[in-house]
Design a protein around this ligand. Structure first.
Ligand code: ATP
Ligand code: MG
Length: 421
């Protein structure tokens, strides 16, 4: 993409109405637009990162045998009444609306109820199990606090997967498969070293649930971490009994602020009992399906990556989720020979399959470098008259500041692509 055609503008100053670092940086760099408190639009660069995170999650869900669907934002009250979750006294984040004739509708804040009802059309026998079904879908939540930028918004996309099993043993296998898939996701988006499987309250059907908590000052939760064992305990279940269960003592744990980037939850038969989702075993006897639910917020992940990895000069994206791999920053473009050569390099890189943001604007070098730091693409390749004459490209790694001088050949080899692709 040519930067001269990108409609978004960068800003030097942080917006005055944002407290969180992630919102400040993402707005300054032109990744997001604040529509109102807790509601953000994703702009071209931001959408690319968001879509890359979604792609990582989708890949891991598919590898774990998840089947993708998409359900609806509009929700039928009847299905929520059946589980007792329509009542505002029970669920305090509902956004509700109504049809022209006055009948109420909900805007989904999660999807256990409708998917359980839907699966009744498809699960009858033990032969139909196990199943894992997921979606990326908009959730609406009337959150009280909305001060954490894209980490907590009132409209957000969630990846929610639901598992359906015929026995506790089968459920436990699905649950462990998801735990592994989640660990892969957090590693791939660059948060593996600071994200901990965290024991949290489990509700009625299991002793614990697991949250994946990323240690960050921007987090709204308190956890107690044991880095050696790679586990943590949410303060809500931080009791002597839990410590004993996990074989740790207070001295083995450090208190940290953290943000919940995902969670995995055993639901038992809570929803299948209430909505009548059952299967026949080999003898023809009827049993409720054992369910689990597994959520990740891609935008929360984007916010947590921003909070965790950015530096005083701007954003720093891990390669797997960066909006582009290379920021080709061209200087001396008023010289038509330099421009032709820079255009050619851009075309060659793009043709070879490298994702390039090409700063082809005729603005001062200082402005280009400041914008490049702010935007945070993993590799900056600088071209100029001097570079063209001397034949050595300057390649700067955004995360470390490492500078390398490479020939064009070496640059292409570095990206594992052929120059004449
Ligand atoms: P929290 O305690 O932070 O409110 P939650 O318990 O409500 O989270 P779930 O309902 O299980 O979270 O949602 C699954 C995932 O969706 C969370 O782990 C998080 O990544 C994301 N998520 C939840 N609420 C929001 C929100 N308001 N904005 C953005 N992402 C969210
Ligand atoms: Mg919540």
């Amino acid at each position: 993409m040519r930067q001269s055609q990108l409609f978004t503008k960068t800003r030097r100053e942080a917006p005055a109405d944002e407290q969180s670092k992630n919102a400040q940086l993402l707005i300054r760099a032109g990744y997001i637009h604040k529509e109102m408190a807790g509601v953000y639009a994703f702009l071209p660069l931001g959408l690319r990162v968001f879509n890359n995170i979604v792609a990582v999650i989708r890949d891991e869900m598919n590898k774990a045998a998840g089947q993708e669907i998409t359900m609806t934002g509009l929700q039928d009250p009847a299905v929520w009444q059946a589980t007792g979750r329509w009542d505002d006294e029970v669920v305090d984040v509902w956004f509700k609306t109504a049809l022209k004739n006055g009948s109420p509708l909900g805007l989904g804040f999660t999807h256990e109820e409708p998917i359980t009802r839907m699966m009744k059309d498809h699960i009858n026998s033990y032969k139909d199990l196990p199943q894992m079904v997921y979606q990326f879908q908009t959730k609406f939540r009337n959150e009280v606090r909305a001060k954490s930028g894209v980490m907590r918004t009132r409209e957000f996309v969630m990846k929610d997967l639901y598992s359906f099993a015929k026995s506790q043993e089968e459920h436990d296998q699905l649950y462990n498969t998801m735990a592994t898939a989640y660990e892969n996701v957090f590693a791939r988006v660059g948060l593996g070293d600071r994200t901990f499987k965290t024991f949290a309250s489990g509700g009625v059907f299991s002793k614990y649930s697991h949250e994946y908590q990323t240690v960050t000052d921007a987090g709204e939760d308190i956890i107690y971490v044991n880095r050696e064992k790679g586990i943590a305990i949410n303060e809500e279940v931080y009791t002597d009994e839990v410590l004993a269960d996990l074989g740790v003592t207070k001295n083995d744990l450090t208190q940290e602020k953290a943000s919940e980037v995902g969670n995995i939850f055993s639901l038992g038969t809570r929803f299948s009992d209430a909505l009548g989702l059952s299967f026949k075993d080999e003898a023809g006897d009827e049993h409720p399906v054992i369910m689990g639910s597994y959520g990740i917020g891609p935008a929360r992940l984007m916010g947590v990556v921003t909070e965790s990895l950015s530096d005083e000069n701007g954003l720093v994206w891990p390669e797997e989720i960066a909006p582009f791999s290379v920021h080709l920053v061209a200087l001396n473009l008023e010289d038509s020979e330099v421009r032709d050569w820079a255009d050619g390099l851009y075309d060659n890189l793009t043709t070879a399959g490298v994702e390039v943001l090409y700063d082809d604007r005729e603005v001062r070098a200082g402005e280009k470098f400041a914008d490049s730091d702010l935007i945070g693409i993993p590799y900056r390749v600088v071209v100029s008259k001097k570079v063209k004459d001397e034949g050595l490209l300057e390649v700067v790694t955004r995360a470390t500041g490492e500078v390398r001088q490479l020939t064009e050949e070496e640059l292409f080899a570095d990206f594992g692509v052929s120059r004449n692709a």
